[in-house]
Design a protein around this ligand. Structure first.
Ligand SMILES: NC(=O)c1ccc[n+]([C@@H]2O[C@H](COP(=O)([O-])OP(=O)(O)OC[C@H]3O[C@@H](n4cnc5c(N)ncnc54)[C@H](O)[C@@H]3O)[C@@H](O)[C@H]2O)c1
Length: 359
């Protein structure tokens, strides 16, 4: 990936996603093209780990921003999901106002999905919205969360319960940063790439083995096509929730000790087992999902009962008063959605758990 790759996303705001090895060193040049430096402040938001690796003053990104002429500020937070709160967003907004940020200025989210969601959310509410640039540094953030404009923070009621749709001005991806990412975070992100394979592009599975950058770009294309049709999740965008209804329930039942991507893999598997059994699928996909899970040694989480999982899933944002939307693969590389009465959710999950126990 030595040549610059570009994907243009045409949502309410049009923006480019650029990917190239070593891109961090050229980031300021690309940002200057959309947000010229003259009189502009930028606030680089990152967690302590990412700051130590890529956000120090002497490192290429920060040096480039200063040389380009930006007034550069840095806001650093503690790594992890616990930082994705309304209190953190408020603290970040306070930092911006203390440093006299105006609507002319902007935020750079340098980090994983937590950073992108938090910084993007703050960008969307500060002064009713200021520009932001995503520089994702995890596989999950590259393949999924930095694209599409969903921002948010968690509340006691659940993950991402407060949030906005706020599109970035630009997304810059430097695959070199993945070299420092721990294996478990790589597998976490890989789950979202695998999910994209089942939603809309079976060729992703070959790309994962051959060329990870290619797999990331293919996963982005699957998401891009869907969000261009349905930016605010009124319909088709729910396809991207494959595995997430049961996946979020597993995360919640485990008090968030099971990582998101791992939970989504089990969620995809249990959903497709139940859908195959109920005859919803044109061609059964559950066997293929299990083969992929085994290939990457993802565990299947069967520790929670259908009652516990359905109670947790019933709090999901994908439900209305009486029904919940289930996204399931109906043939390899294709998914569809069905509205399920909440009263039938426990039986549906129970069916998936029983079939998984047989294998
Ligand atoms: N907005 C969306 O569309 C969307 C989609 C999927 C997930 N998400 C959200 O994304 C979040 C999870 O994101 P995540 O998995 O990236 O977690 P994360 O942001 O917490 O990053 C995981 C860990 O990796 C570290 N890290 C980041 N980049 C690194 C690097 N290059 N080298 C070494 N360490 C690095 C971080 O410090 C952190 O400890 C969740 O909050 C989830 O809700 C959002």
């Amino acid at each position: 990936m030595t040549q610059l790759q570009r994907i243009t996303v045409r949502t309410s705001k049009q923006y480019d996603i650029l990917m190239k090895k070593g891109l961090l060193a050229d980031a300021a040049e690309h940002i200057s093209a959309v947000l010229p430096p003259e009189g502009r402040r930028c606030c680089v938001v990152c967690d302590e780990t990412v700051c130590a690796l890529y956000g120090q003053k002497q490192q290429p990104l920060m040096q480039g921003l200063v040389s380009a002429g930006y007034s550069v500020f840095e806001y650093i937070f503690k790594p992890g999901e616990d930082s994705k709160t309304i209190a953190s967003a408020e603290d970040l907004c306070r930092f911006l106002s203390q440093n006299r940020f105006s609507r002319h200025d902007f935020i750079i989210a340098l980090g994983g999905g937590v950073c992108g969601d938090l910084a993007g959310f703050a960008a969307s509410i500060y002064m009713r919205g200021i520009p932001f640039v995503q520089i994702p540094t995890t596989l999950l953030a590259m393949a999924d969360s930095s694209v599409g404009g969903k921002t948010g923070v968690n509340t006691e009621a659940g993950k991402n319960m407060i949030g906005t749709f706020w599109q970035p001005e630009l997304v810059l991806m430097d695959p070199d940063v993945l070299d420092t990412l721990e294996e478990r975070h790589l597998l976490n992100g890989l789950a979202e790439i695998i999910k994209a394979g089942f939603i809309g592009d079976g060729s992703i599975f070959d790309a994962i083995g051959d060329n990870l950058c290619d797999a990331i770009l293919k996963a982005i294309h699957v998401k891009r096509k869907i969000i261009e049709e349905d930016e605010r999740e009124a319909g088709e965008r729910r396809l991207l929730n494959l595995g997430h209804t049961i996946g979020h329930a597993i995360e919640k039942c485990s008090s968030y000790t099971v990582p998101h991507g791992y939970a989504v893999m089990t969620g995809m598997y249990l959903t497709s087992l139940a859908a195959d059994d109920l005859g919803w699928s044109e061609k059964p996909v559950s066997g293929l999902i299990k083969t992929v899970m085994d290939a990457f040694a993802y565990p299947v989480y069967l520790d929670y009962s259908a009652k516990e999982l359905s109670a947790a899933a019933a709090c999901d944002k994908k439900r209305d008063a009486e029904t919940i939307i289930i996204t399931y693969p109906d043939k390899p590389g294709h998914c569809t959605m069905k509205s399920l009465p909440i009263s039938e959710l426990e039986d549906f999950i129970s069916n998936g758990l029983a079939k998984a126990a047989e294998h």
